[in-house]
Write a protein that binds this ligand. Structure first.
Ligand SMILES: C[S@@+](CC[C@H](N)C(=O)[O-])C[C@H]1O[C@@H](n2cnc3c(N)ncnc32)[C@H](O)[C@@H]1O
Length: 224
């Protein structure tokens, strides 16, 4: 089989095997915290999902597939924000980022799910405030874009405006021992008179090339 045929089969088949592949990949990497995403999406029967930091779209596929267990594709909406191919070296460094593919590549991958899809390319400090007025309230938010405090603060300030009574917001990268980046400073400053803030108990441990030993948790935020 030549490379083009293999590439084509991979592209068509990926939406079907990606959720299983993701779970296996997370398990092998020792990333156990992601199970909370699917559990919460199922629990609130989320139909409108917003992800800050779509990256390769594989997490989006798993979240969408979870929603499709109980909702037809015509009723599921996914909103994804990422720098995509506009990410530059300076942002890569300041956001402690990963390199994403192009928005078109991710769109092709996610289109196969049949759900309504909107992808926003650019820095969320610009794209999220600009999109706010046109966006509906959403059921589930996953904040996993840039890792600078400024960006995560912006992402929370914006997406918190899209919460309704039962919306669940999950922050990735709550680093219990790192205070100069990651979600901890933002999450710890959330007004607990207005929101219920839970640091979810699973701790994933990695060795990061810049930080050394790194512990990662999810933080879950809902409205009181
Ligand atoms: C850790 S990856 C996201 C992983 C994805 N949520 C998943 O679980 O597979 C972070 C993504 O955030 C994007 N990103 C970083 N800084 C950003 C910013 N300021 N605005 C928009 N996207 C940003 C990067 O391009 C990268 O694709």
């Amino acid at each position: 089989m030549n490379f083009t045929a293999l590439h084509f089969i991979k592209r068509v088949a990926r939406p079907f095997y990606a959720p299983l592949y993701n779970q296996l990949h997370d398990l092998l990497r020792g990333a156990r915290r992601y199970r909370y995403l699917y559990k919460e999406i199922k629990r609130v029967r989320a139909r409108r999902i917003l992800e800050v930091g779509t990256w390769r779209g594989d997490r989006a596929l798993s979240m969408i597939r979870t929603a499709l267990h109980y909702t037809p594709p015509s009723e599921v909406e996914y909103y994804g924000f990422d720098l995509f191919e506009s990410l530059n070296d300076a942002q890569f460094k300041s956001e402690i980022s990963k390199w994403p593919p192009s928005v078109d590549e991710v769109k092709r991958k996610l289109n196969a799910t049949g759900v309504a899809l909107q992808l926003y390319k650019g820095d969320t400090k610009e794209t999220l405030p600009a999109a706010l007025r046109a966006l509906p309230k959403v059921d589930f938010v996953f904040i996993d874009g840039g890792h600078s405090i400024e960006t995560i603060q912006n992402d929370w300030n914006c997406t918190s405006q899209l919460m309704h009574e039962t919306t669940v917001v999950i922050f990735d990268d709550y680093w219990p021992h790192n205070f100069n980046a990651g979600a901890k400073p933002v999450v710890d400053a959330i007004d607990t008179n207005k929101y219920i803030v839970e640091i979810l108990p699973i701790i994933d441990k990695f060795t990061h090339k810049d930080f050394g030993a790194l512990e990662i948790q999810f933080a879950k935020v809902t409205r009181r």
